[in-house]
Ligand binder design. Structure first.
Ligand SMILES: NC(=O)c1ccc[n+]([C@@H]2O[C@H](COP(=O)([O-])OP(=O)(O)OC[C@H]3O[C@@H](n4cnc5c(N)ncnc54)[C@H](OP(=O)(O)O)[C@@H]3O)[C@@H](O)[C@H]2O)c1
Length: 244
């Protein structure tokens, strides 16, 4: 019988994270997820799914989450870490927060969730992933590469940093047999989108928003044996927005 594989996905209560947990579970993996609330009703509740309740902006509490992850694994291997949780603060009425907007606490909260939690979990999970020759997938963003009409400056710079982290992880963890890659979504139909996103569809060659499942498929691919020679890569899932 094949060994049961386990993935740890941050921020899987909805959107891309939820779709990713479902995608892995349907393919026989066990998913361990986390978010600020207890398991939401739409999440699969069975022996293949376990949940950790934590606010990732509380950096000092991250070791507790890793301890709980260890308890849930109970000696079984961890094959993949998906740093998915993300926070994109908006101004009044969903407006964009630029470099001069918002306070430093907001910038720190964005970086705690979008950047420092992935740094922490990647470091903490490296020994486990080395045993399984597993992989890390970080959720970056199209906004990390160029100014976006809705995504704010703190969010965009945190995603640029997350892409740089992915590159560093790929270089530093390769000798342990761990691959590190990123999936870079464009406009995906989830709660994180700002009002007015529909107007951007005109500029997307495929003329539609992406679905969370389409992102989940790319994440799953990067965690699979099919991607065994891919590390340090960022896969865009954006309907062709890079062609302009
Ligand atoms: N949707 C897009 O168009 C798009 C585009 C580019 C990049 N991305 C990236 O893709 C990832 C997933 O985005 P999404 O669209 O699925 O977002 P979403 O629907 O807003 O979901 C965000 C997830 O992150 C969790 N989260 C947020 N703050 C948290 C905190 N302080 N502690 C713990 N968990 C927290 C949320 O859980 P709770 O709120 O329940 O705690 C939720 O499960 C993010 O990294 C995002 O930046 C998305």
């Amino acid at each position: 019988m094949d060994e049961r594989k386990t993935v740890f996905i941050t921020g899987a209560s909805r959107g891309i994270g939820h779709a990713t947990a479902t995608y892995f579970v349907r393919r026989g993996w066990r998913a361990i997820t986390c978010s600020r609330e207890v398991v939401p009703p739409q999440c699969p509740r069975n022996e293949r799914h376990a949940h950790i309740t934590i606010d990732l902006s509380e950096t000092h509490r991250l070791p507790e989450a890793v301890e709980r992850l260890g308890e849930l694994l109970d000696g079984e291997p961890l094959h993949a870490l998906v740093n998915n949780a993300g926070y994109s603060p908006k101004g009044e009425g969903g407006t964009r927060l630029g470099c001069l907007d918002g306070d430093m606490e907001t910038w720190q909260r964005v970086f705690a969730i979008n950047f420092f939690a992935p740094v922490f979990f990647s470091r903490a999970c490296a020994p486990l992933l080395a045993e399984s020759k597993g992989s890390i997938v970080n959720l970056t963003s199209i906004a990390g590469h160029r100014v976006h009409p809705f995504a704010g400056s703190a969010y965009s710079t945190s995603k640029a940093a997350l892409w740089a982290l992915t590159r560093e992880l790929a270089a530093d963890l390769a000798h342990l047999g761990i691959r590190a890659n990123a999936v870079c979504p464009g406009e995906i139909n989830t709660a994180i989108l700002s009002p007015g996103t529909e107007e951007l569809v005109e500029r997307i060659p495929l003329r539609r928003l992406g679905s969370p499942e389409e992102v989940a498929a790319a994440i799953y691919y990067l965690c699979s044996e099919e991607a065994s020679y891919i590390t340090g890569a960022e896969i865009p899932v954006n309907g062709g927005q890079d062609v302009y």
